[in-house]
Design a binder for this molecule. Sequence first.
Ligand SMILES: Nc1ncnc2c1ncn2[C@@H]1O[C@H](COP(=O)(O)OP(=O)(O)OP(=O)(O)O)[C@@H](O)[C@H]1O
Ligand SMILES: C=C(C)CCOP(=O)(O)O
Length: 257
Amino acid sequence: MGITINIVKIGGSVITDKSKPFSLRHDVIKNIAREIGLAYNKCKSRIVLIHGGGSFGHYVVDEHGGLDTMESILQTIWYMRELNMIFTDYLHYYNIPGVPMDTHSIAFIDNGKLEINIKPIRKAINNNFIPILYGDIVFTDDIPTILSGDEIAWYLAKELRPSRLLFATSVRGIYDRDPSIEGAKLLNLISLKEIKDIDIGKSHGYDVTGGMKKKLLLGTLYACEGILEVIVFSGLEKGNIFKAICGYSVEGTRIML
Ligand SMILES: Nc1ncnc2c1ncn2[C@@H]1O[C@H](COP(=O)(O)OP(=O)(O)OP(=O)(O)O)[C@@H](O)[C@H]1O
Ligand SMILES: C=C(C)CCOP(=O)(O)O
């Protein structure tokens, strides 16, 4: 097996309970860290991790009613760093060389266009480290704004051309309607073009970045040739993260670009 690059966005809905402020799912994070370690060691995979805001970032922004004050910005940054350090600690517990990279220090939005300093990320993965970025507040040429982990994942996919772009979330994939509605069916395969026609509901719990719909629509902005697979799958289901990174079959939705 040759060396592959996997970009993995771990949803905030996986590592926290988005309906309760600051509620970590310790067992889930521990298991994810263990599976990332297994995949890193067994499958010769270079990995970039991004995690979402869950009931840390989303809750803090929601509680402040937006980002109109310095305090709201500082607190969101502080709590996202806290979540990132907790996540990183679990990786280190399994001897995984995860390097926390504060998104707000390497990203900027200029005239609506995202720029991420890709050099430290590229250098880190080439030296077998695992960069860990996260959805965050970023500075712009105007006022600071929220940058979702989903957008970071798509942006990095465009830059790094990974073998796989993986979205681990709290449901089994993309459904033809909100999965909490009876009769919702899991879609095995959809194209980016079809996404606008799917009835995608809201996130359950605190969410200030547009949930599943936005995650997918961002793909139309960034998708490009060279990404072999994009999969949305459950990060709560044991074994999935390992299988997805190693290229084994995993239940979920494959997105055609
Ligand atoms: N048609 C749909 N298919 C799949 N999920 C859907 C759909 N409609 C609504 N959802 C909801 O989307 C949520 C997952 O999106 P969300 O953006 O909250 O996840 P995340 O990326 O894991 O979280 P975060 O933004 O904190 O990183 C689930 O709670 C799910 O119930
Ligand atoms: C709410 C903040 C600060 C980050 C949002 O990132 P996401 O959960 O990936 O959408």
